[in-house]
Design a protein around this ligand. Structure first.
Ligand code: SF4
Length: 321
């Protein structure tokens, strides 16, 4: 199966989309913050990024969901900064401290084709939203040079539905977080008071584009949506609210990745709720409720003391890879 962007490029539309996205940066509304700053003139909004894409690292990642990592690894590119600032972010060094370097489109394109040459199954763009014009510009260049693996849009869920609409025919696999089922938690932990509306609306648009069933060939995902949810300690209610919204407003056929790996970072080490790992009981309550609701495509994790947070000060951020 060829990735969707190959056809779009053949029709001459991929360049138009890249140009449209680049133009949006002149009064940036790439995400719901709608900062309306001119990033092409060097102005910066909430994400603190100008018009140039910025990345921390790229690697064959074997720790994503099995359908994404397969045997060759996901071709993961970690983009710097973020359009959210979650106090417990597991990628704190790149999202808050903005570790990374700016990169031009040809070098980013080369990284993509290198990942393909190394046997990766996809291009897994992590926190891509503020970098979309650069990402799609580089994808166009890489596609002209033979890139033929799917693009995975691995985002935080705080998305502008109209911008996700511009990715129709470009992205084959959406991998959004659905972090919160209520805006109190979203506000307290991530500083945004309209997360639920935007996440639900964006995921509905993703499903409209690629369907609610994950298409898998030889154990490797080719097209579809996987919704990730990180269970937070002491906030099982939030997780259950997320499940209710997906069931009510989207689909129980969606693949869910219910994650147990939450690890307190230094900044929340003494937080009354977030200063510990999730318990087995908390995690099982969420997974069992999902099963009771009729979700049966669920990626699960063990609850363990293993620290799965990356360290972006290392050459390879994941200690076990
Ligand atoms: S991408 Fe950055 S500048 Fe643009 S709206 Fe979002 S936070 Fe603001």
């Amino acid at each position: 199966m060829s990735p969707a962007y190959t056809s779009l490029r053949g029709e001459g539309k991929l360049k138009k989309r890249a140009d449209t996205l680049a133009g949006i940066m002149r009064s940036c509304v790439l995400c719901p913050h709608r900062c309306r700053v001119d990033r092409t003139a060097g102005e910066k909004g909430f994400c603190r990024l100008d018009a140039r894409p910025m990345i921390d690292s790229a690697l064959a990642h074997h720790g994503e969901e099995p359908a994404l990592s397969g045997h060759g690894g996901a071709g993961t590119i970690f983009f710097s900064s973020c359009n959210m600032r979650c106090i417990y972010c597991q990628n704190y060094q790149i999202s808050h401290q903005q570790a990374g370097e700016t990169i031009d489109l040809v070098d980013l394109s080369r990284i993509m084709t290198d990942l393909q040459d190394r046997g990766c199954h996809n291009i897994d763009a992590v926190t891509p939203t503020p970098h979309l014009p650069g990402l799609i510009g580089a994808l166009l260049d890489a596609s002209q040079k033979g890139l033929s693996i799917p693009l995975v849009y691995n985002c935080g869920g705080y998305e502008n539905r109209e911008i996700i609409g511009l990715l129709d025919g470009i992205v084959d696999i959406y991998l959004p977080d659905f972090k919160y089922g209520n805006d109190r938690d979203a506000c307290e932990f991530s500083g945004v008071d309209d997360y639920v509306l935007h996440a639900a609306s964006a995921i509905r648009e993703m499903v409209r584009q690629v369907g609610d069933c994950l298409e898998v060939e030889n154990g490797v995902a080719k097209r579809g949506v996987i919704v990730r949810h990180l269970v937070l300690p002491g906030r099982v209610e939030n997780s259950l609210e997320v499940l209710e919204i997906i069931k009510r407003d989207i689909s129980t056929s969606l693949s869910l990745s219910i994650m147990s790996q939450y690890t307190p970072v230094q900044t929340v080490a003494s937080h009354p709720l977030l200063g510990r790992r999730v318990t087995n009981e908390e995690y099982e309550t969420v997974v069992n409720r999902a099963l009771d609701m009729g979700f049966d495509n669920i990626f699960v994790q063990d609850v363990s003391e293993r620290d799965l947070t990356p360290d972006f000060d290392r050459d390879t951020p994941f200690r076990w890879e």
